[in-house]
Ligand binder design. Structure first.
Ligand code: NDP
Length: 397
């Protein structure tokens, strides 16, 4: 049915490649390209059957991307490299008139600030070129945004309060590690908290607001209000929302490590001179921390991510909770990657499938909640991420 170019051979790229290879009727030709070709080759070898072609590319360089796209001629490019590469990959897609999909919004390398404004600025150009860009198609953003669209479509006349709750109750046995790219992860969780209330953004100190929330099959976990990128597009696309917040669980050990890392300057993104050479502390830190792609082997426990929503149905107040639980061990057994990579990679593959099947269409730049949620949720459940709905329950929030 279609040709796909995956860019980025980390934990998420591993899952995307495995799941695409397992759906040969949709993904007939697959190429995996990344900065380090050896990583692509190792993934291709684990999948076997010569299903995956590989290539080296520096995704910061538009001409390199353009020549790779022109030689392989994919129908869609799936960007699971780093948020820093979003704009260069979108530029190359525009130049070659190729569809685009990613899982994280653009972030300039020298400023820890992620916003959709840079990618939304491509709307007119993508429209004019007649090509589709699908933004934020991982789990959060991604499935959480689609859960919200599904709830608004089927269960509410008006959604008013949205709380996205993200719990990782897994244990990887390491003193400290991040579940996806350490640099991006640490930049995300150390910034100020932010949430939407009554038409404006409210700021908090990092991790200032927290409370225990009960997660299905897991129990209570301390959950911290942080800012997360899907809030920006959801409050725009669902203007009835009076409040939208994002909660993530962190263990005490993790927070202590994070505090020390910050206090000693290792989370810094400004270059420092070390023995006559410029180094960026957080990039050096990434080099010494465990590789998230390698955490899978002894990872036990599960993730639980979902949306807790309150609003109106038939003039009455209604509550609703939709979520998925994902086992790290099962994810590793199937793909060789842990649950956080799995919950990101499966939706990215499913989104690309929606595009290739002609289900998600349109010229322009779209966040995932703007598409029909029904076929996506049917498919993502079949592909390994089933979801559960609870009606009229205590949301604890
Ligand atoms: P990793 O760090 O494991 O992998 C990133 C990959 O991108 C690496 O293979 C890296 O190459 C490659 N890469 C980096 N820079 C370049 C470049 N200039 N050119 C080509 N390739 C490059 O990250 P993850 O797999 O954990 O995460 C991938 C993406 O998924 C990130 O953007 C992350 O933010 C996003 N994500 C989204 C989530 C969601 O739910 N929406 C959740 C988790 C992650 P090399 O191997 O040489 O370093």
């Amino acid at each position: 049915m279609g040709r796909v170019l995956i860019i980025g051979a980390g934990g998420v790229g591993t899952v995307v490649a495995h799941k695409m290879a397992a759906n040969p009727d949709v993904f007939t030709d697959i190429m995996l390209a990344s900065r380090t070709k050896a990583k692509c080759d190792a993934i291709a070898e684990a999948i076997g059957d010569n299903r995956i072609k590989t290539a080296q590319v520096d995704a910061n360089k538009v001409p390199e991307l353009v020549s790779l796209i022109n030689s392989f001629k994919p129908d869609i490019v799936v960007n699971v490299a780093l948020p820093y590469q979003d704009l260069t990959i979108m530029d190359a897609c525009l130049e070659t008139k190729t569809a685009y999909l990613d899982t994280a919004n653009y972030e300039p390398e020298n400023e820890a600030k992620f916003e959709y404004k840079w990618q939304w600025a491509y709307k007119d150009e993508f429209k004019k070129a007649g090509i589709t860009a699908i933004l934020g198609c991982g789990f959060d953003p991604g499935v959480t945004s689609i859960y919200t669209a599904y709830a608004a479509k089927h269960h509410f006349d008006e959604i008013q309060y949205l709380d996205i709750v993200d719990c990782n109750a897994g244990d990887h046995g390491k003193a400290f590690a991040t579940n996806f790219n350490p640099e991006i992860n640490i930049r995300e969780v150390t910034q100020k908290g932010k949430y939407w209330e009554n038409g404006e953004w409210k700021l908090t100190e990092p991790h200032e607001i927290h409370k225990p929330l009960k997660y299905p099959n897991i129990g209570p976990k301390e959950s911290y209000l942080i800012y997360h990128e899907e809030l920006e597009s959801l409050v725009k696309n669902f203007p009835t929302l009076k409040r939208a917040r994002f909660w993530m669980t962190f263990g005490q050990e993790y927070l202590t490590h994070l505090r020390v890392i910050q206090n000693i300057g290792m989370a810094g993104i400004e270059p420092v001179i070390y023995e006559g050479k410029e180094i960026v502390p957080i990039k050096f830190l990434k080099a010494v921390l465990p590789d998230p792609g390698e955490l899978g082997e002894n990872y036990t426990g599960e993730t639980s991510i979902g949306c807790r929503i309150k609003g109106l149905k038939d003039g009455k107040e209604k509550t609703y909770y939709i979520y998925n639980n994902c086992s790290h061990e099962a994810a590793y057994k199937e793909t060789g990657a842990q649950g956080v990579s799995y919950t990101t990679g499966v939706p990215a593959m499913t989104g690309a499938m929606m595009y290739l099947k002609g289900i998600w269409t349109g010229a322009g730049v779209f966040n995932v909640e703007e598409f029909n949620p029904d076929p996506f949720l049917d498919e993502v459940a079949k592909q390994g991420l089933p979801w559960v709905e609870l009606h009229d329950v205590d949301l604890e929030l």
